[in-house]
Design a protein around this ligand. Structure first.
Ligand SMILES: [Zn+2]
Ligand SMILES: [Zn+2]
Length: 153
């Protein structure tokens, strides 16, 4: 069908219908962009991409949709990037590394046995953990340092 040519991939909408999310064309575009996306985009990133298809869409539409999804547990909000909130459609337990230079975030799939001794757990029963690593990604690490000029001294 010609009308559907805009929808590039078919995504499972069941979970969104279940929470009563009104599936407007703009929201569908947001959901499609998020589906399987491992780049941990910010609301601004999502807005920039989806706006190309829906030039009149407001940033609030993106942000509000993300908030609904977050509150319903369908996406995770990451606060690992100090500059902006980032979102992760992958809600399976995993950890993250952020590059402190280019702010790229990648997933780490590994179980870490981190035990909090009773004396430090404040009576909590620990159910899980989310570990944030920071460092330099491969590209930023191999980038040549700027040539030193005489100005430096
Ligand atoms: Zn980097
Ligand atoms: Zn992730």
């Amino acid at each position: 069908m010609r009308n559907n040519s805009e929808i590039k991939k078919s995504i499972d909408l069941g979970k969104y219908r279940e929470i009563g999310l009104k599936l407007t064309p703009q929201r569908l575009a947001i959901l499609e962009y998020l589906d399987g996306n491992t780049s941990h985009p910010s609301a601004e990133d999502i807005y920039r991409v989806v706006k190309r298809r829906f030039p009149t869409m407001s940033f609030a539409t993106v942000y509000n949709t993300l908030e609904i999804l977050r509150k319903r547990g369908l996406i995770l909000e990451l606060i690992i990037d100090p500059e902006r909130k980032r979102y992760d459609p992958n809600i399976e337990p995993h950890h993250h590394i952020i590059c402190i230079k280019c702010k790229r975030i990648v997933d780490v799939y590994m179980d870490f046995e981190v035990k909090i001794p009773d004396a430090h757990s404040h009576g909590f029963k620990v159910l899980g953990n989310h570990i944030e690593f920071y460092g330099l990604c491969n590209e930023c690490r191999t980038e040549r340092p700027p040539l030193r000029g005489k100005k430096d001294n």
